[in-house]
Design a protein around this ligand. Structure first.
Ligand SMILES: Nc1ncnc2c1ncn2[C@@H]1O[C@H](COP(=O)(O)OP(=O)(O)OP(=O)(O)O)[C@@H](O)[C@H]1O
Ligand SMILES: [Mg+2]
Length: 277
């Protein structure tokens, strides 16, 4: 069991996802889902709730910012440069201390946990920068990703190779020699090696061509379809909102707009300010 890559996509993705329309906020169990599909009475599966805080003793960057993702969903965070998207992701991952607000995973308050302990709880995080070891081979990068595991990681590695076949081909090559899109695959693969319960991606398509972007989005959809919720920041706002069950527009550390991907794409304010009309 695992990433569910053997499970083809049967139906459409996007805003018609049942987990959005279901008032209980609970998607139906997906084939290949690793966890039991339980109702989440405490809210979304992963939530950074009303987060306020900044770096060290600096000024607050986040001001009551909320981002969340539920089971079976892709949630997308968009907004201008410097809006605090990466900061919000880092806050959810435990890389800055919050003055207010909380982070909850599957109903449990994990606000006090270190990033490493959050990984153990099931968070997989791909940061925006420095997300691979360039001097290590592809395979070594994936092995490093599995650092918290002491069981056999070969099956998971095979699943990652099934998801990203080019990585199997280049497994012995230094990751630094790969193309931008391939490096991003290594970074996502590395995060998948912990067998996370939720995947957090900060600009997984940064710096890649439109074709490679489409391809990466397809793989991300595939991952989400396998039952792994995906919370991601995206610079390609329009394309990302098209595949988003839920979208957040952040501006200056605050939630400016929240809705289904479809709602946000149709919102004249959002279109004018963030999608180029
Ligand atoms: N390590 C840091 N220490 C201090 N301030 C930081 C740090 N990282 C980011 N900032 C500041 O926090 C604010 C939000 O930055 P952040 O990187 O979260 O924005 P972003 O929305 O991810 O932008 P981008 O679209 O460029 O990735 C900016 O004013 C930035 O200068
Ligand atoms: Mg960023």
């Amino acid at each position: 069991m695992g990433l569910g890559m053997s499970d083809p996509l049967h139906d459409d993705r996007g805003n018609r996802d049942r987990s959005i329309t279901n008032p209980a906020g609970q998607g139906a169990p997906l084939p290949g889902h690793r966890g039991r599909a339980r109702p989440a009475p405490g809210g979304p599966f992963l939530i950074g709730d009303a987060m306020t805080g900044g770096y060290g003793r600096g000024a607050d960057i986040l001001h009551g910012c909320t981002i969340a993702v539920d089971r079976g969903e892709i949630a997308v965070i968009v907004g201008p440069n410097g809006a605090g998207k990466s900061t919000a992701m880092k806050a959810v991952f435990g890389m800055l201390s919050l003055r207010e607000g909380a982070v909850r995973l599957d109903g449990e308050d994990i606000s006090a946990l270190s990033p490493q302990d959050r990984v153990k709880k099931g968070m997989g995080f791909v940061p925006q920068t420095s997300n691979i070891f360039t001097s290590l081979s592809v395979e070594e990068n994936l092995e490093m990703g599995a650092f918290i595991r002491d069981d056999d990681i070969r099956e998971t590695m095979e699943q990652v190779f099934d998801l990203f076949p080019i990585l199997r081909e280049k497994r012995r090559q230094p990751a630094g020699e790969l193309s931008g899109g391939q490096r991003q695959q290594v970074a996502v693969g590395r995060a998948l090696m912990t067998k996370p319960k939720v995947l957090m991606l900060d600009e997984p398509t940064a710096g890649v061509s439109p074709i490679v972007m489409d391809e990466l989005f397809d793989r991300i959809i595939e991952v989400a379809r396998s039952g792994l919720p995906v919370l991601m920041v995206e610079q390609n706002a329009r394309q990302a909102l098209e595949i988003a069950d839920k979208g957040y527009v952040l501006v200056q550390g605050r939630n400016a707009h929240t809705g289904t991907g479809r709602d946000l794409l149709a919102d004249p304010d959002v279109r004018r300010s963030f999608l180029g009309g």
